[in-house]
Each structure stands twice: as C-alpha cells, then as structure tokens.
Design a protein around this ligand. Structure first.
Ligand SMILES: Cc1cc2nc3c(=O)[nH]c(=O)nc-3n(C[C@H](O)[C@H](O)[C@H](O)COP(=O)(O)OP(=O)(O)OC[C@H]3O[C@@H](n4cnc5c(N)ncnc54)[C@H](O)[C@@H]3O)c2cc1C
Length: 382
C-alpha cells in the first residue's frame, strides 16, 4: 500500500476498520471526502488528479463561484447557440457559466481533507457487501472493513447507447479573437452527416481558447475525425493557432445507469447524477454530496436521488427523439435557446425549471415526435 497523506498503518493480516469507505476519488468521491469532518474515512483512488485533467463546466451563482475559485479557469455571463440561420445570445444577471480545471478542483479537495479522512492511492479489487450498506474491501492485499461503502466507479454502459463524445484542443491564437466575453455552447455550422454535431468554445482570454468538437450519437468517431472538424471550424472562423496547449477527450453516456443489486450504495455518475439530456453532472454531484454529507453528520447514510423521476422521464423522452430523429437535434436545441431567457435556461439546465419554464419549452418543441417518444418511453419499461 502506498503511504499517503496520513494514511492508516497497513497490516495485511489485520483488517483496517473504517466508518466510511469511498471508492473512487473523482468529482463525487473527493467532494464527499472533503465534507466529512470526524468519521474515520478512506478514499480509494489509484490515479493522480493531474492524470485526469479536463474541463468541468457549470452554471453558478456568486457564492458557489467563490467556493470554487481555486479551480476556476474562466467564467462568462454571456453564452450563445449558433446555426446556419443565425445566433441566439443569452446574458444572465444571476449566473455565470464557469469552467474548472478538474485536476485543480481535486487537488484543492485533497489539500483540505480533515485529519480523519485518508487518501489511499490504490484501486479497490474486491468488495464484499454485508447487505447493511457496509462490508469488506481489498486494496493491494490489505483488507478494510467499513460500516458504510460509497462506490463511485463508473458503471458499465451498453455500447449502443446514446453518448456525448468530444475531443478538444486548448490553444493559443496568433491574433486576438473577437467577442472573447461570450462562451459558445453550441455552434452547429459543422458536418451533421454522422449525428448531432457542434463546436463548443470557451475563450479563457482573447488569445486562449478551449475548442471542442462534440457529437451526440451512438457511434464514437476516430480521434482524427474530431481533429479535422476543429481545424475546419478554426479555418472557417479565420482563427490561426499559435500553439496547442492540451488535448481533451471524453465520452459521457446519456442513458440511465443499470440498477445494482449488490447492496453497495452508488454516488455521482454511478448513481445516475449525469443529466441524461445534456451530459452535465458537476452541479448535480455537488448538490448530491452536500445533502449526503449533511445526512451523514445527522446519522443517516442514505444517498439522495440526484434527479426526480419526472425529470428523468422527460430527459429520456428528449433523448429518444434525438436518437430516433437526429436530424431534429439542431432545431430542438436552437428552439430551446431561443424560447428561454438566460436565467430560465440555466434553471432548466440545472433541473430547477418551474412550470412556466416547462410550458415555454414544451410549446417550442415539435409536438408529434415528442408524443410518439413519450408513448414509446411509457411502453418501454426501462
Ligand atoms: C472529459 C470529461 C469532461 C466533462 N465535462 C463536464 C462538464 O463540463 N460539466 C459537467 O457537469 N460534467 C462534465 N462531465 C461529466 C461528469 O462531471 C464527470 O463524468 C464526473 O467526473 C463524474 O464524477 P464521478 O465522481 O461520478 O466519477 P469520476 O469523476 O469518473 O470518478 C470515478 C473515479 O473512480 C476511480 N476508479 C475507477 N476504478 C477504481 C477502482 N477499482 N478503485 C478505486 N477507484 C477507482 C477513477 O479513477 C475515477 O477517478 C465530463 C466528463 C468527462 C469524462
């Protein structure tokens, strides 16, 4: 066992007793670990934060922005959607769209763990549940006995499910770009022949950008396909690259996680905290971990559901339309951007939309594809 920051003394012949074991020190695991103050806890995470660096974006209000400030790389109160016929720009007075460095966020959590929480840099290679939420874990030959286990390891997902997959370059540009105060969430003026495709651009300054080619489809593409799409888009915008600073690749399943019957509680993406219709998860994981940590302090260790059943149903219907009629996708997202004002759009993305927001969205959507998809969803029993 690697000796990490204050880790318990290991002895393969004697199990180490824990109140809480957290498997996986990613977004959910480290956020929870940081909020635990007195219970004897171990987080098992084999990889360094720097090995997992990517951009995590969210909409946040000033207080949350302040809390996340050690990891924030940029934030914008304006964002836009573009297609061949024009653009929709949102300007918010309540929220900013912020991008974090995941490695800085995780390192910040690690640096602020309480003395009772230990980070073990080993993978878990076996879990035996006691069916009361706890059980035994094995890491590098050492056994741990935990009263409660929270597992955040990514679940296995079916290959043919709808996925958001993306490849991005962080670049510096030769010339300053215009409108560097606006984040481009979706620019659909790109090849749509392989599925719903858009370019996502975060201008950290007028000469430092993250540019991603993002697809929503069931089929992953070769990495050169995304690279070519980014190069083409940069040419179209007359943006010349000074240097490529970093690459980023990700695949986010947009389908419900299979339910697990092994008696171990899941947290984060493994518990269904990825919003099915958007792939965003950071905010819902933050909210889930805030509630869970308060419950733990109050003696209740049950994991809260990240989203309501009705929201999950609506997202499944939306995804069914995207999966069966991908050519509708550009129109759906553009209509949603056009119909909702900035703050209502954010409420919608955060899963906090009110009745009026929902009515506006439903009115802006084509009715027949959604009625058919809703009916198919009800009949599918997924
Ligand atoms: C590249 C990328 C970009 C994303 N961007 C955004 C974004 O901009 N906004 C947003 O809201 N969401 C985004 N997401 C989605 C979501 O926020 C992330 O998937 C988030 O990391 C999920 O957190 P998690 O803790 O559930 O899982 P993870 O962060 O994946 O953590 C799981 C951890 O388990 C560890 N692990 C695996 N096996 C073992 C084992 N045997 N033992 C111990 N540990 C193990 C892994 O190393 C990993 O660190 C992005 C996802 C990706 C992949």
């Amino acid at each position: 066992m690697n000796r990490c920051r204050g880790s318990p003394v290991s002895n393969p012949n004697r199990p180490i007793e824990l109140d809480i074991a957290i498997i996986g020190g990613g977004s959910a695991g480290m956020t929870l670990a940081r909020k635990i103050s007195t219970l004897k806890t171990a987080v098992f995470e084999p990889r360094l934060a720097s090995e997992r660096d990517c951009s995590w974006a969210l909409w946040a209000q000033p207080q949350q922005l302040e809390e996340l400030s050690p990891a924030i790389k940029g934030s914008w109160n304006k964002w836009r959607f573009i297609d061949q016929s024009g653009e929709v720009i949102h300007q918010s007075h309540q929220y900013r769209y912020a991008s974090l460095s995941s490695s800085q966020y995780l390192q910040h959590c690690e640096a602020n763990l309480s003395d009772s929480v230990h980070l073990v840099r080993q993978p878990i290679d076996g879990v035996e549940s006691d069916c009361r939420g706890g059980g035994q874990l094995k890491a590098n030959g050492q056994t741990y006995c935990a009263k409660t286990i929270y597992d955040s390891r990514p679940p296995e997902m079916p290959d043919n499910c709808l996925r958001q997959h993306f490849f991005g370059w962080e670049i510096s540009t030769k010339e300053p770009i215009s409108e560097a105060d606006i984040a481009t969430l979706m620019d659909f003026r790109v090849d749509q022949s392989r599925g719903l495709h858009f370019i996502y651009v975060l201008p950290f300054s007028d000469s430092h950008l993250l540019v991603e080619s993002t697809m929503i489809s069931t089929q992953l593409e070769d990495k050169d396909w995304y690279r070519n799409a980014i190069s083409q888009w940069l040419d179209d915008q007359n943006i010349q690259v000074q240097s490529k600073l970093r690459e980023e690749y990700g695949v986010i399943p947009m389908t419900a996680v299979p339910s697990q019957q092994d008696g171990v509680a899941r947290i984060g993406a493994a518990s269904g905290a990825v919003r099915l219709s958007s792939g965003y998860a950071f905010s819902s994981i933050q909210a889930q971990m805030a509630i869970l940590s308060k419950s733990i302090a109050a003696g209740d260790r049950q994991v809260p559901r990240p989203f309501s059943r009705s929201l999950i149903f609506m997202d499944k219907v939306f995804n069914r339309v995207l999966k069966t009629q991908p050519r509708c996708g550009v129109g759906l997202f553009m209509a949603m951007g056009a119909t909702l004002k900035a703050d209502a759009f954010v409420r919608f993305m955060l899963g906090h939309a009110g009745c009026i927001d929902w009515i506006q969205v439903i009115m802006a959507m084509p009715k027949w594809p959604f009625i058919k998809a809703a009916f198919a969803e009800v009949c599918s029993h997924d």
